[in-house]
Write a protein that binds this ligand. Structure first.
Ligand code: AMP
Ligand code: MG
Length: 426
């Protein structure tokens, strides 16, 4: 990684000191190159393992299904007894229930009533659904058109005893919990969760519950960060508000670096007189870069203090959310141990609004995405897009993603939209 530049240039101007402005993809690639998943594991019961990353292969000791069974309610028959034309009459010998197998064998000329999930009785090899049968007492009449082996679920067709049912690295989703339960596994070994410490910087910030004096504002970034981090399934330490004081910032950084795998700050990364974050990061660790060609977002610091990754996000509340989702989230997923996250979801939508945009940076404008009865997606801007206008996030359900070279958008133009719902891990 590169050391922090000695003279900090104005990060909001277009590069007067030749400091490269990074494209988003390059910024992400550079960060990912620095990140190893956390090491350390723990063993958990299935339910609390939701969203965690499996750190060992899980082999099944059983077949699933454990016995060959019926996929339908109907009659278990021998294929040799099925008529090719006309119909055949079979003698009913009993009923097989799910959980209550039939002990009788189905001999030639016989059949058994069978319910979904019931073991197929010995002798039978085919199920005829009840709608295709006329039954009167012990006499069961079956017509033509049936196929040997139909409606039968074979033992082990889902999972075989000895197979790896779920490989190391799997991100445990509801289906995985169910699959593990289906093979009788009650506990799994998973990676530990990354520990993320976060705090806000700024002399003007007060926490909710405190009284505001002139010029002060409530700290909202720790709340949005809490929400976004909680949904990524990391362990969080909220370190509160740190004033714009280099000594206190340094102390906070050092203490966070001692216990966290990643540190996230907001505010104090530009080059105002009271912006000490980048400077302190350079003093205690290394700074990776600090300008990314996205709006809202720049400036931004990325680096490392000791073993902890460091993200210095801008102070503006919308910038915090946009940079978290676009830059921090992919890195935290890797830190968790998700090596191949699902691809980003982008929806093409017709934009109903006029959007102002300058070429040269990617923009994440806030919008409301809707889908009409014919399946057509449309998006409208939430209006005022200022980086401090948190309402633009609160009223939105998506980012309108405008690429680097795009210029202003006119109503009727198609745009890419990133639904917020796709940014939630689970
Ligand atoms: P900064 O990046 O420190 O220059 O802050 C940019 C703007 O964001 C300023 O208007 C700050 O008052 C505001 N700001 C910084 N941190 C927070 C926070 N935690 N909550 C709300 N607004 C903030
Ligand atoms: Mg500040």
């Amino acid at each position: 990684m590169r050391e922090i530049p000695q003279q900090l240039v104005d990060p909001c101007s277009a590069d007067p000191h030749g400091e490269p402005v990074l494209r988003l993809e390059e910024a992400i690639a550079r960060m990912l190159a620095e990140v190893q998943p956390v090491t350390g594991e723990e063993t958990l019961a299935l339910r609390p393992a939701l969203g965690r990353i499996l750190s060992e292969d899980v082999r099944s000791t059983v077949d699933v299904p454990s016995h060959t069974n019926s996929a339908m309610d109907g009659y278990a028959v021998r294929a040799a007894d099925l008529p090719t034309d006309g119909s055949a009459e079979l003698r009913l010998v009993g009923t097989a229930w799910a959980g209550r197998p039939l002990s009788e064998t189905v001999e030639p000329g016989e059949c058994a009533r069978i319910m979904t999930g019931a073991p197929v009785p010995v002798g039978a090899d085919t199920i005829v659904i009840q709608e295709h049968v006329s039954a009167e007492g012990e006499r069961v009449r079956i017509g033509p058109g049936h196929r040997q082996g139909q409606h039968i679920r074979r033992a082990g067709e889902d999972v075989r005893a000895g197979d790896v049912a779920l490989g190391s690295g799997a991100v445990l989703q509801p289906a995985h919990l169910g699959l593990l339960a289906s093979i009788g596994v009650a506990r799994v070994t998973v990676r530990r969760r990354p520990r993320v410490a976060f705090f806000s910087t700024g002399d003007e910030l007060r926490s909710v519950g405190e009284t505001l004096e002139a010029g002060q504002i409530y700290d909202s970034n720790r709340y949005t960060l809490h929400g976004m981090l909680a949904r990524l399934g990391v362990e969080m330490t909220d370190m509160g508000v740190i004033p714009d004081d280099p000594v206190q910032i340094e102390r906070a950084f050092a203490s966070a670096a001692g216990e966290a795998d990643a540190i996230i700050t907001s505010g104090g990364v530009s080059v105002g007189e009271a912006d000490f974050v980048t400077e302190t990061l350079g003093k205690l660790g290394t700074v990776g870069f600090w300008k990314v060609a996205i709006k809202p977002g720049r400036p931004l610091a990325f680096g490392r203090i000791g073993d902890a990754l460091f993200f210095g996000l801008p102070g503006n509340p919308v910038s915090v959310m946009a940079t978290f989702y676009q830059l921090v989230r992919p890195v935290l997923l890797r830190l968790k141990g998700i090596m191949a996250p699902d691809p980003d979801v982008l929806v093409r939508a017709v934009c109903g609004s006029r959007l102002k945009k300058k070429p040269g940076r990617m923009e994440f404008q806030r919008g409301v995405l809707t889908r009409d009865a014919s399946g057509r997606y449309s998006v409208e801007t939430t209006g005022h897009q200022g980086a401090g206008v948190l309402r633009s996030m609160a009223e939105a359900n998506c980012f309108i993603v405008l690429p680097m070279d795009a210029e202003s958008i006119s109503p009727g133009d198609e745009v890419d939209v990133q639904p917020f719902s796709a940014l939630v891990w689970f």
